[in-house]
Design a protein around this ligand. Structure first.
Ligand SMILES: [Zn+2]
Ligand SMILES: [Zn+2]
Length: 150
């Protein structure tokens, strides 16, 4: 995995190169997404930014997240009941572990899973452009506390 400070620097360089002004809000969103291992929702990103920059609107934060997504620097993960979650640390297709109770989303670091698209392409002749691999279940904490609500 690419170190988060490197990710942060890369995204900021790209924004500047494309002529986007680095507003405090944009910087805050980049910082949160580049360092996040949690796959936050836009609402959660907004709440974190608001702690440092109180006069921020949700629309501003959402537009920044969408801009980073359109630039290919943030991956959007859509869920039917939970809405969209965002991964700025690894903006390319990769498998996810999704806890159905606390809604935590983790990146499993399993090399054989990462090799899967390449192996599939080789075996089937498919040119794989994108993929989605989600494992749903209960995280270790939720297994210990089966009825706990977040
Ligand atoms: Zn859980
Ligand atoms: Zn991820």
């Amino acid at each position: 995995m690419i170190p988060s400070t490197e990710r942060q620097g890369k995204i900021i360089q790209k924004l500047k190169r494309k002529g986007f002004r680095l507003t405090p809000q944009r910087f805050a969103v980049v910082k949160i997404l580049a360092n996040n291992e949690e796959h936050l929702s836009a609402q959660e990103i907004y709440e974190r930014v608001k702690k440092d920059i109180p006069f921020t609107s949700f629309a501003t934060i959402y537009r920044t997240v969408a801009l980073l997504r359109d630039m290919g620097e943030v991956m959007e993960l859509g869920f039917a009941d939970e809405g969209n979650r965002y991964d700025g640390a690894r903006p390319y297709p990769h498998p996810h572990l999704v806890c159905i109770q606390c809604k935590k989303i983790l990146d499993p670091k399993v090399p054989s899973l990462e090799e899967l698209p390449r192996k599939l392409a080789k075996k089937t002749g498919f040119q794989i452009l994108n993929h989605r691999l989600d494992f749903f279940g209960l995280c270790p904490e939720c297994q210990k506390n089966p009825s706990r609500e977040r």
